[in-house]
Design a protein around this ligand. Structure first.
Ligand SMILES: Cc1ncc(C[n+]2csc(CCOP(=O)(O)OP(=O)(O)O)c2C)c(N)n1
Length: 435
């Protein structure tokens, strides 16, 4: 490995980044629904059965109202909100079109989570699309990895070279950079390989812990070289997995205030409504664990609600925050939204047309409207400026705190400290305390 002294820190980190590997992009190994007998549900008590029907009906009513509300899309976006909606619909249709072309994938989550995804990548997160390994970037983990077209669409709009239009068009194809679940060694910009539900939450906790640990070890009162957030989107399936709870318990115990989790509360999972298997009060559980909990009731079009929740989450410094965002899976699809049929299959040509009609989207597949492109293009210069500013900060830090800076660099580049080989040969007693 090259010595870090001859490289900038970002170069050294970049040099270590794992390069593109072709891997086996096997399709989901789960059984197809058609092969399974129809699930008739568990015997429920009268009250819970009626609660279930009422909740579901109510949810469906809300969903169809919200679907109509989004059909305000205009081609001539003049106000900021209409441009945001246009960008959000671009994300939705990139996901729809890629899944359609592959005839495989999960369009529902990206369609529902597009608003929070847009706000995160366009308004909140600090990153440099031309250097996905810039140290002080905000981290993003999609724990619900099956919805990865959300992430690919966002990386594409943000200007990452790893996800060009041709990559979106080869979604889920052998050897492509856009596999069916996100792989950090395939697609620069993907922080963490995800797919097994819940595991991404644990990875996000790890990333947030690393940030807090490094900040405590290296930051100085006059120079904070470690200062970034970790964001994670998780779904009902992640909430069902024990690993997410165990990791979330630790996150609260450690007071990871810079960890912000978005729970995509769409009430639909692989087999239907979550009422059939998952009825716990997630908010209360997270409060019990010690998290700050916020509920965004309209994750479909409530852009200001989402923005306010993030602001509130950032103001809470001593606890991680769970933002429960109620969304409609497959938002915009008139006949398939709010049902499991949009969770893991292509919409089908007829429903794609109906969705284009419903959301007022006259464009060809994979089209990114010019004003949306223009709007997102600023991230290239903004990202370079973030990194340059941090490099200047680090150079000043290095002047004042040379020992710490050298240690920081060596940790970041994976270089072993000088003398490590000699230390290996020493008897273990030498390291033991005499007291
Ligand atoms: C540990 C684990 N078990 C099972 C699966 C298979 N699987 C993929 S997606 C999914 C359902 C996820 O539901 P939800 O989080 O509600 O996602 P949404 O329906 O909102 O897209 C399942 C069971 C998996 N990926 N990981």
């Amino acid at each position: 490995m090259a010595s870090t002294s001859s490289l900038t820190l970002s170069q050294a980190i970049l040099a270590r980044a794992i390069s593109h590997h072709a891997t086996d992009h096997r399709r989901d190994s789960r059984l197809s629904l058609a092969a399974l007998p129809a699930f008739t549900g568990l015997k429920s008590t009268k009250s819970s059965a009626s609660r279930s029907t009422t909740t579901t009906n109510c949810r469906r009513r809300v969903s169809s109202l919200q679907v109509r509300a989004a059909a305000v899309e205009t081609l001539d976006a003049t106000t900021e909100t209409s441009l945001v909606e246009k960008s959000v619909n671009t994300i939705r249709f990139l996901a729809i079109d890629a899944v359609e072309k592959a005839n495989s994938g999960h369009p529902g989550l990206p369609m529902g989570c597009a608003p929070m995804g847009h706000i995160l990548y366009d308004e909140v997160m600090r990153y440099n699309p031309k250097n996905p390994y810039w140290f002080n970037r905000d981290r993003f983990v999609l724990s619900a990895g099956h919805g990865c077209m959300l992430q690919y669409a966002l990386l594409h709009l943000a200007g990452y070279d790893s996800v060009k239009e041709e990559d979106l068009k080869s979604f889920r194809q052998w050897g492509s950079r856009t596999p069916g679940h996100p792989e950090n060694f395939e697609t620069p910009g993907i922080e963490v390989t995800t797919g097994p539900l819940g595991q991404g939450v644990a990875n996000a906790v790890g990333l947030a812990l690393a940030e807090k640990h490094l900040a405590a070890r290296f930051n100085k009162p006059d120079s904070e070289i470690v200062d970034h957030y970790t964001y994670v989107i998780l779904g009902d399936g992640c909430q069902m997995e024990g690993i997410s709870n165990e990791a979330s318990s630790l996150a609260a115990h450690w007071g990871l205030g810079k960890l912000i989790a978005f729970y995509d509360d769409n009430h639909i999972s692989i087999d239907g409504d979550t009422e059939i298997a998952f009825t716990e009060d997630v908010d209360k559980r997270f409060e019990g664990l010690g998290w700050h909990v916020i509920w965004v009731k309209n994750g479909n079009t409530g852009y200001d609600e989402i923005r306010a929740a993030i602001k509130e989450a950032k103001a809470v410094k001593d606890k991680p925050t769970l933002i429960k965002v109620t969304t409609t899976i497959g938002y915009g699809s008139p006949n398939k939204s709010n049902s499991y049929s949009v969770h893991g299959s292509a919409l089908g040509a007829k429903e794609v047309d109906a969705t284009r009609q419903n959301l007022g989207w006259p464009f060809e597949p994979f089209h990114v409207p010019e004003d949306v492109k223009q709007h997102w293009s600023r991230h290239t210069s903004a990202g370079a400026a973030f990194e340059a500013e941090w490099n200047t900060k680090f150079a000043e830090y290095e002047k004042k705190y040379s020992e710490e800076a050298a240690e920081f660099k060596s940790i970041m580049s994976g270089e072993l400290p000088s003398g490590w080989a000699r230390a290996q040969q020493m008897p273990p007693e030498i390291f033991l305390s005499k007291t």
